[in-house]
Ligand binder design. Structure first.
Ligand SMILES: [Zn+2]
Length: 321
């Protein structure tokens, strides 16, 4: 045995650094301090799908983050995933579907309103070579701010001026109801107000869809209520291939897929959210379906594998189209 330990590796690194310092070596290129574009393409039949990274919210959590697990249990799950305690790095990835006749965006991103590391979707759209004006349709999974705020700029202008917007009818009915807003706990007030900021002045243009209905060519909605009253998943199908877009059926997979019984504070009907999560992940695992999850690590797609009482995600392998 050569005695390879973390300490030995660090000591070795320190030695080679001092050797580098002796020869006063300097890298020929400066460090960039930033990632490259967050764009990943997949083909489903004749459709071209582009995952668009919209950044990460380093969400500080407290004991109440999961209603039915302790802070210690949540920190253990973070540690098992090699993540720091007390912070859930929650990433955002919207999906662009080019059907050949229509360009459809599934969920609209954060608009940069969830911390300084959020809001990279438009830069990534540009890196993907797509003009916001080229988007024909936006399909929304639910009305949490990280999914709808990107529809408008902070000044209230439309970011995608030519896109027809479709939303789940149950979601519209719940969040646009002023009675529901007045009865809601304080923690939801900001969400109600943001829904009005985005939709109030364009209400007449917004189309509502029922679960199970086609929302665009080859894209059908799937009722996945629980996370919110009208939360919807989607199937994207072309030829004999398909992708299941899970939306927020499970938030961070290393917490909520590995622990599918956990009810995050954001799951409005926790019991229903858990039942839907298990039903959909069971189905995805049994049918070996390609899935995408809005809060999965970029490029946010892969396969679901049953493991003990929970599920693991087997990420897609980065590869050419
Ligand atoms: Zn979300």
């Amino acid at each position: 045995m050569t005695g390879l330990t973390r300490r030995n590796v660090l000591a070795g690194a320190a030695l080679s650094m001092s050797a580098a310092a002796l020869s006063s070596a300097r890298a020929a290129a400066p460090a960039t301090g930033a990632q490259g574009p967050g764009v990943y393409r997949t083909k489903i039949g004749s459709y071209e799908l582009t995952a668009l990274y919209d950044g990460t919210w380093f969400r500080k959590i407290d004991e109440k983050f999961v209603r039915n697990a302790s802070g210690a249990q949540v920190n253990k799950a973070l540690s098992d995933a090699f993540l720091a305690p007390g912070i859930v790095p929650t990433s955002f990835t919207a999906m662009l579907v080019n059907t050949g006749s229509k360009v459809v965006l599934i969920d609209a991103g954060t608009g940069g309103q969830l911390g300084p590391a959020s809001g990279s979707m438009l830069a990534n759209l540009a890196a993907a070579g797509v003009d916001p004006k080229a988007i024909d349709a936006i399909v929304i999974s639910h009305f949490h701010p990280d999914h709808i705020s990107g529809i408008k700029t902070k000044d209230g202008a439309k970011v995608f001026p030519n896109a027809e917007i479709s939303v789940p009818a149950q979601e519209w009915a719940y969040w646009m109801d002023d009675g529901n807003m007045s009865r809601a706990p304080d923690s939801l007030r900001g969400t109600f107000l943001n829904v009005r900021r985005i939709f109030a002045d364009i209400a007449k243009e917004v189309k509502q869809f029922e679960p199970g209905k086609d929302v665009a060519p080859g894209i059908a909605s799937i009722a996945a209520f629980g996370h919110t009253p009208g939360h919807s998943a989607f199937s994207v199908a072309s030829g004999n291939q398909s992708m299941l877009v899970l939306s927020d059926v499970t938030n961070h997979p290393w917490l909520f897929a590995r622990h599918p019984d956990w009810q995050g504070v954001f799951d409005m009907d926790g019991n229903m959210a858990v039942a839907v999560r298990k039903r959909m992940l069971d189905r995805a695992a049994a049918d070996r379906m390609l899935v995408q999850g809005y809060h999965f690590p970029f490029p946010a797609s892969g396969y679901i594998v049953k493991s003990g009482k929970g599920y693991e995600i087997a990420p897609v392998m980065w590869q050419p189209l």
